[in-house]
Design a protein around this ligand. Structure first.
Ligand code: GTP
Ligand code: SPV
Ligand code: MN
Length: 629
């Protein structure tokens, strides 16, 4: 027994624990009071999500220089925000999963012991909002009150975040009514971490984009809490998005039998008028928004948008898998968005959009790399500096973004926000791979599909800090977003699949738009031409259902590939050699991939489901032993 004198002194903590206790009791008012006692704002404002409120906040941000109004004739209702140059992307190294047991966070997350993290957060949040207004934002992920929806309340000291949350989620007093009546909610606390008064009460000057060099994006899966400090950037600060709708929701889904995924959702209609719903998971900046808004080049097909980033999937009463887009807007990558690549997005961004870190034209409009082929002769770059064509750095930050309401999307599907969701026919996994991975392959079974998802690797993009282009594993495109052990996530997928009706279970596919030739050029034209791949995917759905009897696929070691002629390539400027390269499966390189997969699996220890180990063994067998021919 330790002597009393040796016992560690209890940490002197402020009121962070009081906030947690109030949230656990479901008392939103006590929670807000406790957060205010901790962060010491000058005022507390309860938001109702109204247009009057939005206009007032926008006007205030125009005065403080946070938002620059664009020319109302060129880009009505639209604004440009320039972030601090050091606050432009998600900070994965400062993102924490604070589960009581480290094993539950798994090897892919930064884990912190919850008590230790609470102590640290208590320190940084104490007085963090001094001199600022604290806004209380009640929001719903999914239609308010829907059977697949969830509620949250975010407090924040950033008007940019309030207005952005109003676009990206359903904010309103109807949500607060539900919460006050006892509906469970996810408590989410956000501060930019730059108080306007010091401890002595002396004033500190504000800046257009306040943030802190100290950052915390902390999640407590057990109490479903989110605490975010120091950043104003999308995924770090709009807490309904990655923090709630993926990290916390994935844990809810694990416990309740559903799935929260980094997926777009589309409805396809064939020339015969048959409708299909497809969900696709690609890592950040790997083409979800583009595929979600695709304008098919194949005659007679239509693609309508349901969601572009997050989908919640839940088994329905008849053994089907239902999906909703829990968001209400799009926070999309600007660079690369142009008339030739994504005309629907260009049309969508014509008005009522907040742009962050794009370039400004002398006329008061926006520009980014890829919007037009020829850049304007003079621009102001994303940091506010003069820019001319040929300048060393890009005019827009590579991770510059637009924030716009889903309703603005010209391809938005009728009933996209149906609270019951849509029934999924196919699930697609993808990544950005210059080599090896074929344009499209179909999984032989649900288990094989889970193996495909579990083993995705992709070249890094600018959506998060890190070296762009570096290859990394990004299982289910959820590496930075799964709130629990990734291998448990795979086991959960196997369980959910087993609970579905076999005949109604979605088919699973893998795609790669990014394979390159020896000169580094993309082999596949991508964008609207991806409709050809989608058409093959849903043709395979028809074949599985006995609606077609022609041969659609041939076996390969890595899955079923389109049979000769089954993928419509007429009208494409694509020779047979290029087509062959798009589907080439090189046994030697794939043997190396399987070695890497084995190493990757080993990092999860015994939590990797046996079904996935079996699939790896089968893949090796199918590839043959290297050298033995
Ligand atoms: P997050 O919002 O970060 O999750 O990204 P996302 O997955 O929605 O990616 P997005 O659709 O915004 O695309 C990112 C980049 O990839 C853009 O610069 C696109 O132009 C480019 N891209 C998208 N689809 C294709 C494609 O089919 N082929 C090629 N070559 N590039 C593509
Ligand atoms: C992503 O990085 O996957 C995004 C942007 O969609 S963010 O909201 O910042 O996560
Ligand atoms: Mn994303």
């Amino acid at each position: 027994m330790p002597l009393l004198a040796d016992a560690p002194t209890a940490p002197t903590r402020g009121t962070l624990d009081a906030a947690t206790a109030a949230a656990r009791n479901g008392d939103v008012h006590a929670w807000v009071e406790a957060v205010a006692a901790l962060t010491q704002p000058r005022a507390v404002v309860w938001c109702d999500g109204s247009d009057v409120e939005r206009r007032a906040l926008v006007a205030q941000m125009v005065r403080t220089g946070t938002l620059l109004p664009l020319d109302p004739d060129l880009r009505p209702g639209s604004y440009l925000a320039r972030s601090d140059p050091a606050d432009v992307a998600r900070v994965e190294s400062r993102t924490f999963i604070c589960s009581p047991d480290q094993r539950d966070a798994g090897p892919t997350n930064n884990w912190r012991e919850p008590g230790a993290m609470r102590d640290e957060l208590d320190g940084v949040f104490t007085g963090a909002m001094r001199g600022r207004t604290m806004y209380v934002v009640p929001f719903s992920m999914g239609p308010v009150g829907g059977p697949l929806s969830q509620l949250g309340v975010q407090v924040t000291d950033s008007p940019y975040v309030v207005v952005s949350m109003g676009v990206m989620t359903r904010v309103g007093s109807d949500v607060l009514d539900l919460v006050e009546a006892g509906a469970p909610f996810v408590p989410a606390v956000h501060s930019v971490g730059m108080p306007l008064r010091d401890e002595a009460g002396d004033e500190i000057d504000d800046v257009p984009w306040p943030c802190s060099s100290t950052k915390y994006i902390a999640h407590f899966p057990e109490s479903r809490e989110i605490w975010s400090f120091g950043s104003g950037y999308g995924g770090n600060a709009l807490l309904g998005k990655k923090c709630f709708a993926l990290r916390i929701a994935s844990v809810m889904g694990r416990d309740e039998g559903w799935l929260a995924e980094h997926m777009l959702l589309v409805r396809l209609t064939s020339p015969q008028g048959r409708r299909y719903h497809v969900a696709a998971a690609f890592p950040s900046a790997c083409g979800k928004t583009n595929l979600a808004m695709l304008r098919p080049t194949l005659p007679g097909w239509t693609v309508e948008t349901i969601g572009d980033d997050i989908a919640w999937l839940r088994p329905g009463p008849d053994g089907e898998l239902r999906a909703i887009n829990p968001e209400a807007g799009f926070f999309g990558v600007a660079p690369g968005t142009g008339e030739a690549t994504n005309p629907a997005a260009v049309e969508m961004l014509a008005r009522d959009t907040i742009f962050t870190n794009v370039a400004l034209t002398p006329e008061g409009d926006v520009w980014w790399e890829g919007l037009t082929e020829t850049p304007p002769a003079h621009l102001t770059d994303w940091r506010g500096r003069p820019w001319v064509p040929g300048s060393e750095e890009p005019a827009a930050h590579p991770n510059s973004r637009f924030t716009v309401a889903a309703e603005r999307c010209p391809s938005i599907a009728a009933g996209w926000d149906d609270p019951e969701g849509v029934v999924l026919d196919a699930i697609v996994f993808g990544g950005r791979r210059a080599t090896n991975v074929p344009l499209v392959a179909q999984a032989e079974s649900w288990e094989h599909g889970v193996f495909m998802g579990a083993t995705i690797s992709s070249e890094r993009t600018a959506a998060a800090e890190g070296v762009v282009g570096e290859l990394r594993r990004d299982p289910f495109a959820m590496l930075p977003f799964c709130g629990y052990d990734m291998a448990d996530h795979w086991a959960h997928w196997l369980r959910v699949g087993a609970s579905l009706d076999r005949a109604r279970r979605p088919l699973v596919f893998q795609v790669n738009w990014f394979r390159r030739d020896d000169e580094g050029r993309f082999l596949w034209p991508g964008f609207g031409e991806n409709s050809r791949v989608l058409a093959w995917i849903v043709d395979q759905v028809d074949r599985a259902r006995g609606l077609r009897t022609d041969v659609g696929a041939v076996a390969s070691p890595v899955g079923l590939l389109p049979a000769p002629g089954a993928l419509e390539t007429r009208g494409l400027d694509l020779d047979d050699a290029t087509l062959a390269r798009l589907f080439a499966v090189d046994a030697g390189s794939w043997q190396l991939e399987t070695d890497l997969t084995e190493e990757f699996f080993a990092t999860f220890g015994d939590r990797v489901p046996q079904a996935l180990r079996d699939r790896l063994a089968r893949l090796r067998e199918a590839l043959g032993t290297p050298g033995a021919d």
